[in-house]
Design a protein around this ligand. Structure first.
Ligand code: NAG
Ligand code: NAG
Ligand code: NAG
Ligand code: NAG
Length: 480
């Protein structure tokens, strides 16, 4: 997503920093009670993208900075522990500006002709970034095409909208290119697999309700269903039965909800893994009407100038705002994944705004607190099931049962003063640890005291704290 002029104008106004009131230790602990028998959605993970050549910023860093940035992104004990990487499948002729080059610069003359794929072994830096992620144990790779190559589209270019030739309402003299597009997307997955990265999720659209001068392709949910019905059996035939199709990357929740109902009406819902939405044109609210999982796959603050603040009054890019944004999506809107837009970006792009988590400026970097908001979720691992969590005033709490039996509890203190938070969880967990983030601390370990099945630690005003309960006996794990 890019800037509008009014967003650029808004940059000129910097919000003033608000100084937090001095912390006061409360007399009584606030209690959050976990209920493992109350089960909600399964979590696929948290992630970011390195699309639009941004991955190259990390490729070009020298050691030790390169490893430091990789640790910040992927390390589950010292960084954000991201578990999803969203790669852009290029459709452009070159990799200038925000373009990502395609593996099919020239189509065969007919849809069933033999495609002449050209693989550069880099994929705009994203292959390398994905390979590093594999080393950290990341298992979820979502490769998503912003558009089909221009030669498969009604407008003959991969930019400025246009439709895929062959979907309902879009016919071309050259024929129906849906199968050729499916084959092309599968080729991308094969190339990643040959290079040690197993793509687990595949998308073929990005913001299909928005036409712009970078790669973009228009589609309704109905037209997307035309593609899904060809792509699903093609993936299966190619041996990728476990690769899920995600759709359709709407600019906002309202359009994503339309996509979901159109796909269902077209009879393609059960061929989709996740309905995907961005949050730019309408924010996530309520629960989407679909039987599929729902992912938020791209959002960032496009308005604010670069901020590394945790809490900023009226802020849109501060860590606390993002802690609440992610929390809201997961707890109130049943999301199974929350994926930020760019992991890294330089200073020059879009007037150094907040659409990145880490500013990489040549050979130096700066980390925003948005990254640390995500880090507070790093103990929620893929496959975790969200469970019941309630209680405490001025506390927003969420709990998750990980596949290894550990329980992750994530709490935001909405109050302005420090609180001692007690987490009550039935069962014997010999190991309980906690860490918190606020203005001056990044996922910092804090002492936990346990008595009578309640584990307590202190969290600063407007801080965020995460507890991890581990080592339950098999009996406890089985009882769950
Ligand atoms: C993560 O960070 C810790 C602490 O710095 C380090 O010991 C560990 O090796 C890192 N993990 C990986 C996979 O690099
Ligand atoms: C990718 O999948 C193949 C085939 O299922 C498997 O042998 C390989 O270990 C996987 N690689 C990674 C890094 O998970
Ligand atoms: C939440 O999402 C899951 C799919 O991940 C779905 O089965 C469930 O019905 C959804 N819950 C609600 C309340 O819609
Ligand atoms: C827990 O279960 C595993 C696998 O079933 C077993 O190997 C292990 O001994 C059990 N541990 C305890 C403490 O019972």
């Amino acid at each position: 997503m890019h800037f509008t002029l009014s967003q650029v104008a808004a940059l000129a106004v910097a919000a003033p920093l608000t100084v937090a009131a001095p912390s006061v230790e409360p007399r009584q602990a606030q209690k959050v009670t976990i209920d493992l028998t109350k089960k909600y959605q399964t979590i696929d993970g948290f992630g970011f993208s390195g699309a639009f050549q941004r991955a190259n910023l990390v490729v070009n860093l020298k050691e030790p900075k390169q490893t430091e940035v990789l640790d910040l992104l992927f390390n589950t004990t010292s960084g954000a522990g991201f578990s999803i990487v969203r790669n852009g499948i290029g459709s452009s002729q070159d990799s200038s500006k925000d373009y990502m080059n395609t593996i099919l610069p020239k189509c065969p003359s007919a849809p069933d002709g033999t495609p002449d794929y050209k693989w550069d072994g880099k994929d705009s830096g994203q292959l390398w970034l994905s390979q590093q992620a594999v080393k950290y144990g990341v298992k979820t790779f979502y490769n998503d095409a912003w558009s089909a190559p221009g030669c498969m589209k009604t407008n003959g270019q991969d930019t400025n909208g246009g439709s895929l030739c062959g979907v309902s309402g879009a016919s071309c003299k050259s024929g129906n290119w849906i199968q050729a597009y499916a084959n092309y997307l599968i080729k991308d997955i094969q190339l990643y697999q040959e290079n040690g990265v197993n793509v687990t999720h595949l998308g073929f659209l990005n913001e299909p309700d928005y036409t712009t001068q970078y790669a973009s392709m228009s589609s309704s949910g109905t037209q997307a269903a035309d593609v899904i019905k060809v792509l699903r059996p093609s993936l299966d035939k190619a041996g990728f039965t476990n690769v899920g199709i995600n759709c359709c990357e709407a600019t906002g929740w309202n359009v994503a909800s339309q996509h979901a109902s159109q796909i269902a009406a077209a009879g393609a819902e059960n061929m989709v893994y996740a309905i995907t939405s961005h949050e730019y044109t309408s924010r996530i609210s309520g629960v989407m009407k679909t039987t599929r999982r729902v992912w938020q796959t791209e959002y960032s603050d496009l308005n604010g100038g670069w901020s590394t603040a945790w809490y900023q009054s009226g802020g849109t890019g501060d860590g606390y705002t993002w802690a609440n944004t992610v929390f809201n999506g997961i707890v109130n809107s049943n999301l199974s994944a929350y994926v930020f837009w760019e992991g890294v970006q330089d200073r020059a792009t879009n007037n150094n705004n907040n659409e990145k988590l880490i500013l990489v400026d040549g050979q130096t970097y700066q980390v925003s607190k948005r990254l640390w908001a995500f880090a507070q979720f790093r103990i929620v691992r893929p496959g975790a099931v969200r469970v019941g969590a309630s209680g405490g005033s001025n506390l927003k709490s969420a709990a998750f049962l990980n596949t290894d039996g550990s329980v992750a509890v994530v709490i935001i203190n909405s109050g302005t003063s420090a609180q001692t938070v007690g987490v009550s969880l039935t069962g014997a967990y010999p190991s309980v640890s906690a860490f918190f983030t606020d203005n001056t601390n990044d996922a910092k370990s804090v002492a936990v005291t346990t008595s009578d099945g309640t584990s307590s630690a202190s969290v600063p005003g407007r801080g965020m704290i995460s507890f991890l309960f581990r080592g339950a006996s098999n009996a406890t794990a089985a009882a769950v």
